[in-house]
Design a protein around this ligand. Sequence first.
Ligand SMILES: NC(=O)c1ccc[n+]([C@@H]2O[C@H](COP(=O)([O-])OP(=O)(O)OC[C@H]3O[C@@H](n4cnc5c(N)ncnc54)[C@H](OP(=O)(O)O)[C@@H]3O)[C@@H](O)[C@H]2O)c1
Length: 273
Amino acid sequence: MLGRAAVEAFRGRFEIHPASLDEPDIRDAALVAGEIRRARPAYVLHLAAMTDVDACELDPEAARLVNVEGTRNVALAARECGAAMVYIGTGMVYDGRKDTPYVETDPRSPVNEYGRSKLAGELVVKELVPRHFVFYACWLFGGGAEDKKFVAKLVERARRGGDLPVVNDKFGSPTYTRDLARAIRDFIGSGLYGTYHCANAGCASRFEMAEEIVRAAGIADCRPVPISSDAYPLPAPRPRMEALRNMRFEQLGMRPMRDWREALDEYVRTTFR
Ligand SMILES: NC(=O)c1ccc[n+]([C@@H]2O[C@H](COP(=O)([O-])OP(=O)(O)OC[C@H]3O[C@@H](n4cnc5c(N)ncnc54)[C@H](OP(=O)(O)O)[C@@H]3O)[C@@H](O)[C@H]2O)c1
């Protein structure tokens, strides 16, 4: 999802070298090194990951092989070529017990295997590649015609009409992949390497997201109904709070990323109407 948005955002501003294979596997160190050597890039954007949170919980070794060892392969190859590296962190590395959005200085303490593997991958990047950017994202949306994630599933369900139960006791920062990709594109030339939260502004529950989606998609005969997450037990525990405040960008005096509602409205109107 983010990969496609990045190609779109970077096109025309950077020379993009997509992998030469249809399905390159980052678990294959030699293949990754070969791909990156061939391209001799200034930047390596590492956007591949095992992102199914419940699948990671059920098979932590598979999550480790992709999110930690795969990341190590990319980091070693980037270092060998002298490239700067971009890694995408996640709000799921926080324990979720805070009442307000997390800032970059908050301690990490993930509550599930996905969060643990993503944090371990982040530490590998920091250890191996001196010139790195870690951008933390949260609740990404933006798959467009190929969207199979929360927004597309919700639109499909809402079009059937009636009451639509949606969880209202977990909070995040819904973030448009287009906005994230553009923010990365515009920031990496700064040379200000480090770790940054990079989410659309604000904090929402899935229920609040659902209300916005139904409205923006123009679906009249569906009513989202707030429910507790206890009603939907899942293999992986989710933190109650994983919203992000872009404190480091604020400290640099940068223009804030737009509010999640505006970004989600644009995405839904242009994709599902
Ligand atoms: N989605 C979110 O809400 C969110 C939030 C915070 C951070 N992030 C991070 O943002 C980044 C991009 O996420 P996304 O939402 O764009 O995820 P995505 O749509 O699931 O894309 C991840 C991609 O990685 C590929 N991949 C998985 N295993 C691989 C392997 N062994 N070798 C090569 N490619 C592999 C997947 O290919 P297949 O489809 O073929 O498996 C998929 O194309 C990830 O680092 C993710 O952890 C995401």
